[in-house]
Write a protein that binds this ligand. Structure first.
Ligand SMILES: C[S@@+](CC[C@H](N)C(=O)[O-])C[C@H]1O[C@@H](n2cnc3c(N)ncnc32)[C@H](O)[C@@H]1O
Length: 311
């Protein structure tokens, strides 16, 4: 029997501290999930919250949880990468804050979506069940090189090529349908000592590929900065280095004033500073939060403030 887990919002106090700049206005929760962070924004302010989630089941859960806040909340079953267009459709020009709490919610882990190597389930991994590609499709239909690239690029797993070869060998006999089969394949080529690390990396890589997580993150940040008001904040909680690197680089490139080569003298690039980074180093959870919520262990929070209104 699978253990049911209640989703506890990660770095809640820290998120509120960095995100909330005013009592009114509109905050966008790009990954509303079970609505933990959003509920806290609603409790602490009189602002409106627009929530996004690609998983329709999760949207229902959040709607039910936040129903007492009436028209202060609107939850859309959409990808946060479309935040700019979605707000335009709603006639909203500017927002005071944009929050992303990346990854899978505990509810999704309990839904048998094949996200975890700890449970033997169908190898699906789609957060948005209306999309076509599952993790099983990737493993059964991609070439050996494509599979190795996914595992190496999105899992940073040094044994990617060996694992990809074993996947191909296995699927010549039978389609790979379950997480259990993938675990067996990995167990054949990886020793006990590194087993859990490798499993985590391979599963992470497939989840990122299936849900196009890194592309969404890049698009979402680009989109959000345009609709953020001056003084508004972006807060992102990430759970692995690939996500964190994207957030860090995005903030840094928007903080830079000039990108001319050093020998140019007078600036010719015309680049201006758009944000101020508020977290020089990422904020991480304290030990007491981690002991209450193991999911928080790898969390890193970064925040920036928009200091310039672009035309
Ligand atoms: C970690 S949970 C968020 C938990 C939430 N902060 C809370 O306190 O309950 C992440 C959620 O983001 C959603 N998600 C992931 N990628 C998304 C995307 N590109 N657009 C919209 N939602 C996304 C997932 O379906 C999941 O429900």
């Amino acid at each position: 029997m699978m253990e049911k887990t209640f989703h506890i919002p990660v770095l809640l106090e820290e998120t509120m501290k960095y995100l909330i700049t005013r009592n009114d206005g509109i905050y966008v929760d790009g990954t509303i999930g079970a609505g933990g962070h959003s509920e806290e924004i609603l409790k602490r302010t009189n602002a409106k919250v627009i929530g996004f989630d690609i998983d329709p089941k999760i949207v229902k859960i959040a709607q039910e949880r936040l129903k007492n806040y009436g028209d202060r909340v609107l939850i859309l079953n959409r990808n946060y990468a479309s935040v700019k267009e979605s707000l335009k459709e709603l006639g909203i020009e500017k927002i005071s804050g944009f929050l992303l709490d990346l990854g899978v919610s505990s509810y999704q882990l309990d839904q048998g979506g094949g996200f975890s190597y700890r449970f033997d389930e169908k190898l699906d991994m789609r957060m948005d069940r209306s999309s076509d590609l599952t993790a099983s499709d990737i493993l059964n239909e991609s070439s050996e090189k494509e599979i190795a690239d996914i595992i190496f690029k999105f899992g940073e797993e040094p044994k990617a090529k060996i694992i990809a070869r074993e996947i191909i060998r296995y699927r010549q006999r039978k389609r790979i349908e379950t997480t259990g089969e993938l675990v067996k394949i990995i167990d054949k080529v990886v020793g006990k000592k590194y087993r859990l690390k490798v499993l985590a990396r391979v599963f992470q890589s497939l989840r990122i590929a299936v849900n196009k997580e890194l592309d969404n993150l890049k698009m979402g940040l680009e989109s959000a900065i345009d609709v953020l008001e001056k003084g508004g904040r972006i807060v992102v909680i990430s759970y692995h280095s690939l996500e964190d690197r994207i957030v860090k680089n995005f903030f840094k490139s928007n903080e830079k004033k000039c990108i001319c080569p050093p020998d140019v003298g007078e600036c010719k690039c015309g680049k201006v500073q758009v944000v101020k980074i508020l977290t020089k180093k990422p904020i991480t959870p304290k030990e007491d939060e981690i002991s209450l919520n193991p999911r928080a262990r790898s969390a890193k929070l970064r925040a920036c403030e928009k200091i310039l209104e672009l035309e």
